[in-house]
Design a protein around this ligand. Structure first.
Ligand code: NCD
Length: 338
């Protein structure tokens, strides 16, 4: 695809070659994200970071990624703090905000809303999550992480064995990741959820019809026994009609060190888009896994920055200028990226 000036709304836009291209630009961004070098290639550019639903890492990493390329970030957070709460349409909001920004990252609680907003925007819009529909940048950073994690043990994305666990009905990260995996070969996908929270039928159909092996189950132990990646997710309680209904499903599939040791192959990588729900009644990914070297959740969040830097550089057409504008870092950088 031609990235320049494009909206990034859905994984449907990408072919395998596009993903390879994004990942090669993301690798190029590593020295900048890891503070070995500085670039000001987006000096003067403005990101409108519009988050109409709760977010920590997605919002902050979009902002950081833009800052690391030398650009400025303007933020709106919370529906109630915006004119949408006064009945303004997405069309009007998009016309206004795209006059103040060079690119917009947006999250909104309604499926399809970011695409609707993008159709009225005069600048590129990147989907930071639209309801239960999609979260394309999370899926890209997840796949980037999977590729990196598997490389060290000689495994690759083709032939990947992955278990997705939890709320597969409402989880937009697993929807986008499932679509992304369709670009690869011979994927073995174990889908583990309560019956009522299964992956949407059209996505299962898409995976099966593109030649992948899909198993649907509600048995955690058998589903994580022969996979490269365990991808745990939170029950998306904000998508249920009532808290009581969400409570029916919380805490059903808990991964902790003893479950991992008993059922998983050595070196099975543990992932989660975060936030993990650490309340006792949920606790889908126990903190006793924190010292497990195969826990990749914080490597995922670090990778979110390079991946989003790559998308900004591609969409704003500065990939070839980044290295030309590079300077060394001259402040204390700590040890967080070593
Ligand atoms: C996810 C989301 O918002 O869809 N979080 C994220 O962006 N990393 C997952 C979740 O909220 O459970």
């Amino acid at each position: 695809m031609d990235f320049i000036g494009s909206h990034i709304l859905s994984i449907d836009q990408f072919e395998r070659a596009d993903i390879d291209h994004i990942f090669s630009v993301a690798r190029m961004m590593e020295p900048y994200a890891h503070r070995h070098q500085v670039t000001k290639v987006l000096d003067g550019a403005i990101l409108g970071n519009m988050f109409f639903e709760p977010s920590t890492r997605t919002r902050v990493s979009f902002g950081c990624a833009f800052n690391l390329l030398g650009g400025e970030v303007r933020e709106t957070t919370g529906f109630e703090n915006s004119a949408l709460a006064k009945g303004e349409s997405l069309y009007d909001t998009a016309r206004v905000l795209s006059g103040y920004s060079d690119v917009i990252a947006m999250r909104h609680p309604a499926s399809g809303s970011v695409a609707e907003f993008a159709s009225a925007s005069r600048v590129p819009v990147i989907n930071g999550g639209d309801g239960a529909n999609e979260h394309p940048t999370q899926a890209l950073l997840d796949l980037y992480t999977i590729e990196k994690e598997l490389k060290s043990s000689g495994r690759s994305l083709d032939g990947l064995r992955i278990g997705m666990i939890g709320d597969l009905k409402h989880g937009r990260t697993v929807h986008s990741l499932a679509k992304l995996l369709c670009c690869y070969k011979n994927i073995n996908l174990q889908l583990v959820s309560p019956d009522a929270l299964q992956m949407p039928g059209e996505l299962v159909e898409l995976l099966s019809s593109t030649g992948h092996q899909v198993t649907i189950s509600d048995n955690l132990a058998s589903s994580i026994a022969h996979v490269d990646i365990v991808y745990s997710t939170r029950i998306q309680e904000e998508r249920f009609v009532s808290q009581q209904e969400a409570d029916l499903y919380r805490g059903k599939f808990r991964l902790n060190q003893s479950v991992y040791t008993k059922h998983c192959e050595p070196n099975t990588v543990i992932m989660h888009p975060l936030p993990r729900d650490s309340r006792a009644e949920a606790n889908e990914l126990d903190s006793d896994l924190n010292e497990n070297p195969n826990l990749a959740i914080f490597r995922q969040t670090d990778n979110g920055v390079v991946l989003r830097m790559a998308l900004f550089a591609l969409v704003l057409d500065v990939v070839n200028l980044v290295d030309k504008s590079a300077k060394p870092v001259n402040w204390y950088t700590g040890s967080r990226f070593q």
